[in-house]
Design a binder for this molecule. Sequence first.
Ligand SMILES: *[C@@H]1O[C@H](CO)[C@@H](O)[C@H](O)[C@H]1NC(C)=O
Ligand SMILES: *[C@@H]1O[C@H](CO)[C@@H](O)[C@H](O)[C@H]1NC(C)=O
Ligand SMILES: *[C@@H]1O[C@H](CO)[C@@H](O)[C@H](O)[C@H]1NC(C)=O
Ligand SMILES: *[C@@H]1O[C@H](CO)[C@@H](O)[C@H](O)[C@H]1NC(C)=O
Length: 668
Amino acid sequence: MMRCVAVLLLAACVSVQADTYMHNPRGSNNRLNERSANRNNGNRMFDSQNNNRGGYNVGDSTDQASGNEAQQYRMKYFESGPYKTMVADGQLTGQGQSLMTIEWTNQHGCGGDEDTDPHKLNCNIVLQYMCQEDSVTGDDAIRNGRTTQTQNHNRINNLNENQNTANNRKNNAVRDDRGLHEMWDWYDKCYNRERNMGLFTADQKLKTNNGNGYSSAIYTRQNPNGNRRGYECPEERDYYPYWHPSPWKDMAILVSNQSLCEFYQSESFNVKQKYECVETYGAGNTGTAKHWSRWNNEAECTENGGQWLAFTNYLEKAPQLTTQAACEANSGTNGMRYVWGRPEGETAEQCLVALDPPDCQPAPWTRVNHLGNTRGGQASRYEWTMPYFPSDNTQRCVMRLRYNITTDDYDPINTDASQNQNINAGVLSPIEQNPYVDIGADRLALRLAINTAQYGRTFQDRSHAFLIMPRPAGADMAAAKIFNLNVRGKRGNIVQVYPAVEYDFIPNDLEINQGDLVHIQWTGSNTHNNNAPGGDGQTGDAGEGRGGTDRSNIVQMLDRLENFPMPFEQTTMWTEAQVKWIYTGTTNMEPMDLAVNIASSGYYECMKAATCQGDSVQNKNKMNNLLNNAPASYGGALIEFAQGEYFYMGSRNNNFSNRSQKGRLMIK
Ligand SMILES: *[C@@H]1O[C@H](CO)[C@@H](O)[C@H](O)[C@H]1NC(C)=O
Ligand SMILES: *[C@@H]1O[C@H](CO)[C@@H](O)[C@H](O)[C@H]1NC(C)=O
Ligand SMILES: *[C@@H]1O[C@H](CO)[C@@H](O)[C@H](O)[C@H]1NC(C)=O
Ligand SMILES: *[C@@H]1O[C@H](CO)[C@@H](O)[C@H](O)[C@H]1NC(C)=O
């Protein structure tokens, strides 16, 4: 075995430290609001396997650090229009999309077709999201929290615990001041379900006892000791497509081998039912269903009195269609697809809004050991066509990006538990921890850097909570194409922010057609001080204005080679712009009002007291010229611009030659 690894690995094994960071929407990397360059708690919500320095704080609504969740700013995106899903001859009509530019960096390289453009590793990027109605409160509500502590979990003391005991365990564990994505029930289910014993674990020694006498899905090759991060399930985290139901909806999978697309798209839980064992409290299958079962396969499930049930993934529920017949009869009308099925975590079948298979595309090509741009000079991007929720109820969501890298040192797809190290049975794992290789010269051994827990490895980043809201009313609204224009980056110079990035608009070069709408919005924090501890890098927050604060605005300039805004009288960007919606609700805005609102990041709502009274330039106290007293986040305006080419900048952050925050908007 060692002979053959020698040649391969010296070439392919570069560094096991790799990372992925989302820049738009801002990836938390498990940060919340800490003023330090390092995150406080890498186990807060999910297992990133990233460096402690990465990530962006949650946005603040005002010029002050938020003390509670209500003061945090949640990005608000408009959903796609209903036509997005209207299928004509198998094609989307192409109308009414809401497009979000997702941008990230990944360190170890990605992309490249294995046959025509081979890379040094195999890589997949899995993009997913999870939503619930924004009205949900209580233990199961998706939230950012206001402290950086991890939610608690205590294991079952007695496998025959009754429902009250289970409820108490949950109520005693879940805290409303801590962040939550997956629910407590999901993690508890994972903790109690036997792990998939067919998985390849190399020579890692996974714990064999979860405290109740067996090994469970919290132990994996990458997480052999069963460490917990938030309520994420380690087995589900490490493997995609997962074989049991999960709360995540697949957005896209970006691959290096495109012939795998068919597999991913047909195996996605979006379109394929997944099974799970359901047991009940009390005898037979009569009592209330438990949220967990030890059994992970049909045979053991039914032998032990459980029911092996199919679950269906869905966008949202359609409770207005109360029967299977009504559900199925309405599917296909008005472009909506419904499916009768059982949602994850529940037992009753009901009418659900069906999901499309995930998009599958080649992963953007990036260089190994380079946390930077792809070919073409932009960081890796994916343009997400956001979903349409027929209920038109505002959704609270979070998105997740997993960056999964493997090499050919073992066949990543066909290597299973039969090749796990078992010295007694004479089985050697195809990869071993830090092996010594003989390169020919007698007794000259070289040690290779192989950590089998990281050989085949998954990194992750997630957004903070955001909202997807219904489109504004209006005859032309449903079919309009909406482009989101946001700001990325955080305060500090290139070294202080790394591996996050400095400020820029995203997308900073947007070419759209007349009639398309631009949704301008940004979020920033008041706590990006990047203080000590700084871990692997320099601390500090070089920049304009009050320390620790992110601020942005938009002022027009003549040309992108310049660094001076134009006087308002000469600007063209706002003069014929039509405001379709604005966060203030103001309906009678003049171009000048819009200009001042966006230039002041929402500090002023308008020019004259007659239009917006106390928040007008006429009446309100003067704004600080570096936006110190302006809100860190701009609540958003949906605008139809007139034909033309516009250049703009952020007046506070643009600082030639240190920093450029400039953009171009072209309306064709
Ligand atoms: C791509 O995947 C297909 C399907 O699994 C496989 O047959 C093929 O060998 C893969 N290509 C390469 C270059 O690995
Ligand atoms: C990562 O890749 C390995 C090998 O192909 C696969 O078994 C695993 O399911 C993948 N995990 C994710 C999260 O994509
Ligand atoms: C511009 O950027 C540099 C480097 O971050 C900083 O030192 C300086 O204070 C900034 N502002 C001005 C007005 O130069
Ligand atoms: C840019 O930053 C350097 C230090 O990083 C500073 O010396 C220089 O003055 C800055 N330029 C401006 C215009 O502030």
